[in-house]
Design a protein around this ligand. Structure first.
Ligand code: ADE
Length: 236
């Protein structure tokens, strides 16, 4: 998979995308990540990429010119047509189902903005999809892009080490993961559930399933209702 991130702050991506599972996935050549600075495509001598909104109002809006020039240039660097994603609180809320869907793409392109927002013609003209990571407002799309990239990369076949697996992750079947325990058997009077020490794999399996259901019912009943992806701001 090839991932391009278009941003005004490429440095923000460097450390989060250089450790642990992402680092290993890059080393195994499961994914290549490229960072591009939208400011490099500014058409004016001050390197501006934003301007005041038509019609008035607070803040600045990212201009279409530098974003289009950046996307058009980055597109030529690989023959695969990218799936273009704009990060914004106005998008459909990201979830594990979306992560699985994106993990089957050959090429993803994330456009992260700052300021008040993007000129609407960027979304329209690029045929981009808008994704939010939750109903709150971040200072920019960079962190949101990194969240999505992390969730997608760990799903690439081979990204998790031999015995690890994404199959048991929370949300993999719309349920939270069952509780996990390790040594010691007793910690400050809190005991590991007896069943996990029994060696009876069928019973353990059944117990885990029940725990998953109970936990989901208690903590995230919306997942059982299929309501996990609702967003009042959703624009379709
Ligand atoms: N940019 C600002 N807030 C955001 C959010 N919640 N999700 C995605 N991008 C954003």
């Amino acid at each position: 998979m090839r991932i391009d991130c278009l941003t005004l702050f490429p440095e923000m991506f460097e450390s989060p995308l250089s450790h642990s599972i992402i680092k290993r996935a890059k080393e195994k050549q499961l994914v290549e990540i490229f960072l591009s600075n939208i400011r490099d495509f500014s058409a004016n001598k001050h390197n501006n990429v934003d301007d005041k909104p038509y019609g008035g109002g607070p803040g600045m809006v990212v201009m279409p010119g530098p974003v289009f020039s950046c996307v058009e240039h980055i597109k030529t660097l690989s023959p695969d047509e990218p799936r273009i994603i704009i990060l914004s609180p106005q998008g459909k809320v990201f979830n594990q189902k979306k992560a699985i869907e994106l993990s089957s793409e050959k090429r993803l392109m994330f456009i992260a903005g700052r300021y008040e927002g993007f000129d609407e013609r960027i979304r329209e003209g690029l045929g981009a999809e808008t994704i939010s990571i939750g109903d709150y407002v971040l200072s920019g799309g960079e962190l949101a892009a990194m969240v999505i990239i992390d969730a997608v990369i760990r799903l690439l076949p081979g990204a998790l080490g031999g015995e690890d697996s994404a199959e048991n992750d929370s949300f993999s079947d719309n349920l939270l993961e069952y509780p996990q325990y390790t040594r010691p058997e007793v910690f400050r009077d809190m005991k590991v559930p007896e069943i996990l020490l029994s060696g009876n794999h069928a019973k353990i399996e059944q117990w885990r399933r029940e725990q998953s259901l109970e936990r989901t019912r208690k903590w995230r009943p919306d997942l059982l209702d299929g309501q996990d992806n609702k967003n009042p701001n959703q624009r379709g």
